[in-house]
Design a protein around this ligand. Sequence first.
Ligand code: FAD
Length: 305
Amino acid sequence: MKETDVIIVGAGIAGLSAAIYLKRSSLSAFLLEKAAPGGTLLNVHKIDNYPGFETIPGPELAEKTFAQAMALGVEYEYGNVSSIDKNGDLFEVKTDVETYRAKAVIVAAGTQIKQTGFPGQKEFLGRGISYCATCDGNFYKGKPVAVIGHENRAAEEAIYLAGLVSSLDFVSQEPLEIEENLLSQHQNNPKVHFHSGVKVVAVEGEEKLNTLIIEEEGSQKRLPVDGVFPLFGERSSAEFLSAFKVTNERGYLNVSANRETEVAGLFGAGDVINKTLRQAVTAAADGAEAATSAIKYVNLLKKKK
Ligand SMILES: Cc1cc2nc3c(=O)[nH]c(=O)nc-3n(C[C@H](O)[C@H](O)[C@H](O)COP(=O)(O)OP(=O)(O)OC[C@H]3O[C@@H](n4cnc5c(N)ncnc54)[C@H](O)[C@@H]3O)c2cc1C
């Protein structure tokens, strides 16, 4: 069984930032990642508010941060973490294939898109249903699409799509919670049509999806669209922490200012923690804070023995 001082779960910008800080200490550490390094940034078309870059595509920021970590000699392994337990002072981190031991764990697992489900949503996945505008937007160049959502993420993806498509129906089932500057970009765009407080009934099509059916003011409307992006918002990816009572009712980790949970040696960083601003810059800062706290914690633990 592989043992180390600190395991970081997730190689998004929070996990990579934590790994960069840990590498500068005397502790051993490695990253466990279930997909590609870079996390959510890989799906962000462009970032205009990360210090040091006037504007940068998300994948480029991810690639640069990963390259920096690799150049420093950060250890990185593939692993889909399924559970974390604690025995005495040691955490046991289980993936689908392996069990690891560590004195401290930093959870930087980010969020995932909520899957609420309406008739046709699963059936047309890859044939008109998509969860990522940056990845699939090009398939809908010059065609009509719909985005379903009510939060910033849906609005940001819709801004990217609106630059490509012939028309965009923005469908929200709940009251809009979108920042003013994002909302105004849509309100000034003649291609974008808002349908607020409506119910999504189903999607239909033949080979490919061709209709989104909504219920608006008591009657059904058929919107002719080639693509539908259901972006109902995010939920925490920390289900594997069910052995501990460290999350709030929405699954986000409750942490102190030092990014520590109530379990000694268990830290959280990035979008997975309970906070108000989920952005790259705050995720990177969380990673740095969590790593610094983990270094202090492990060094104290070692002194006691
Ligand atoms: C459309 C969109 C636009 C955005 N625009 C901006 C912007 O302009 N500016 C800005 O600053 N921010 C923006 N953001 C937010 C920013 O991308 C995120 O806040 C940031 O990338 C979160 O980083 P993270 O490391 O916390 O999580 P993530 O990047 O989500 O990384 C988490 C990682 O953990 C891995 N993981 C999850 N579960 C497990 C598991 N069980 N085992 C192993 N690995 C696991 C995931 O695969 C992932 O790689 C945007 C986000 C979106 C979606």
